[in-house]
Design a protein around this ligand. Structure first.
Ligand code: THU
Length: 162
């Protein structure tokens, strides 16, 4: 038996104002995308902005449904829309933010497990790490270099890709 430990690194910025302008602009677009959120059940509104290698930005927001599992997170709305419109273009970055009708979202919003798996698929497809920018409504901003840090040992079966 071998015991293996893995660690990961990420950057912490005290506020959005500390970000490099290109990250701040993408985060602003994610915040703008929150206006498209349809969240009558959770009252939690998420926006995501996906930047492609050709400079195009595609945004998405969470879309809920009366049949709860039929809804979709903002991140998957955005990455699926981006991949549908630009199937051959790698994703270079994604920014995510959220607000709630009921409380202040003061911590960076990490993508849910299914969204992590959905995003890592595009890293594997293009062999290209995605910059992940996470923010709340207020407070700190986290930046990760690649989904591998947020989803170690992601499901990856080479046999299925043939
Ligand atoms: N949600 C997202 O859009 N992204 C996530 O990564 C986590 C959760 C949405 C789903 C649902 O509409 C609401 O936030 C509350 O869970």
């Amino acid at each position: 038996m071998k015991q293996i430990s893995q660690s990961f690194e990420y950057q912490v910025f005290e506020s959005i104002h500390e970000l490099h302008v290109t990250d701040r602009e993408l985060l602003d677009m994610a915040k703008d995308a929150i206006s498209g959120s349809y969240a009558p059940y959770s009252h939690y509104h998420v926006g995501a902005a996906v930047k492609l290698a050709n400079g195009t930005v595609v945004c998405g927001s969470n879309q809920e449904n009366m049949s709860f599992p039929a809804g979709l997170c903002a991140e998957r709305v955005a990455v699926f829309a981006a991949s549908s419109a630009f199937p051959g273009v790698p994703i270079s970055a994604i920014a995510i933010s959220a607000i709630s009708d009921d409380f202040e979202v003061s911590e960076p919003v990490p993508p849910c497990g299914m969204c992590r798996q959905a995003i890592v698929e595009y890293e594997m497809k293009f062999n290209n790490k995605i910059r992940i920018i996470l923010a709340g409504q207020t407070g700190k901003v986290f930046i990760f270099h690649g989904m591998g840090t947020l989803l170690p040992l992601a499901f990856h079966e080479k046999g299925l890709a043939k």
